[in-house]
Design a protein around this ligand. Sequence first.
Ligand code: ZN
Length: 102
Amino acid sequence: MSNRQIHQCKCQECQIGNQVIGKQHSGLNLLMSRLDEQQRRWMAGLEAKKLGHGGTKKISAITGLDINTIRRGQEELEDGLSNRPTQRIRVAGGGRKRVEKK
Ligand SMILES: [Zn+2]
């Protein structure tokens, strides 16, 4: 289990103390803190797309993710996640599941 820290948003609205926006952003960052790396990328990509023009930059400021990472997430989504594994990514050596057959 990783004890990932929740990212503090550094966007303009949060800097000037906009609490409504701030709550949305901290909610997004809370959610992101519980996702794995690729899920975070997709989530960010999706949110950036919702914002439209300049969305990638905004989401980057909110989540602290790199713009290129968010773009990659968007590309993967547009591709239907066809090249991504459907299982959760496990840490290597984390023990393998025993398959019981009957
Ligand atoms: Zn913010």
